[in-house]
Design a protein around this ligand. Structure first.
Ligand code: HEM
Length: 151
């Protein structure tokens, strides 16, 4: 995977701009009072992390609304602030598997096909909000880079 850094960066940037689980999972503060970022948190409070907003925080990300995979290749990139899989003790245990799947499938598709908009064009990139951020259905034309059957 380390030999295709731009593909890795493209996956990271996609997960930054459109995290599949934009509000992660709700977490309940333990019974004793706590604090978060200096703010007091009353015991029993349910916290909902807004990953979508955190990953577009203009204090951390330059031009946060722009799709810019190269940002992850630059020295000093704020990669630790990328958290589409949550963070801490209850972060997603499937991160390694999910990242490997994204890498293999996207890499193979981009190696073998040129992607073109299908009938109806491309959908907007806002997505439908919900527990999982979903893209409306759309069609793509996948044109083989090499003619089918060629060696
Ligand atoms: C792109 C794919 C995925 C994304 C974006 C994602 C994201 C997340 C997020 C944001 C959480 C909540 C973390 C938190 O509460 O702070 C989570 C939890 C979890 N994920 Fe994933 N996930 C993905 C794929 C997977 C896969 C492939 C598996 C299993 C093979 C998995 C299993 C779990 C489990 C079991 C939890 C609950 C962990 C806990 O509560 O301790 N996820 N995931």
């Amino acid at each position: 995977m380390g030999r295709l850094p731009l593909l890795q960066a493209t996956i990271s940037e996609t997960l930054r701009l459109r995290p599949p689980a934009p509000l992660a999972l709700p977490h309940c503060c333990p019974l004793s009072p706590s604090s978060l970022g200096g703010l007091p948190v009353v015991a029993g409070t349910v916290l909902v992390p807004n990953l979508l907003a955190a990953q577009q925080d203009p204090d951390i990300w330059q031009h946060p609304e722009v799709f810019l995979p190269e940002r992850f290749l630059a020295p000093g990139a704020p990669s630790r602030s990328l958290m589409p899989f949550g963070c801490g003790a209850r972060s997603c245990p499937g991160e390694g598997l999910a990242r490997a799947e994204l890498f293999v499938f996207l890499g193979l598709i981009l190696r073998e096909f040129r992607l073109e908009p299908g009938p109806g064009g491309l959908p907007g990139l806002r997505g439908s909000p919900g527990t999982v951020l979903r893209c409306p259905p759309f069609r793509l034309r996948m044109v083989p880079c090499q003619p089918l059957g060629s060696p």
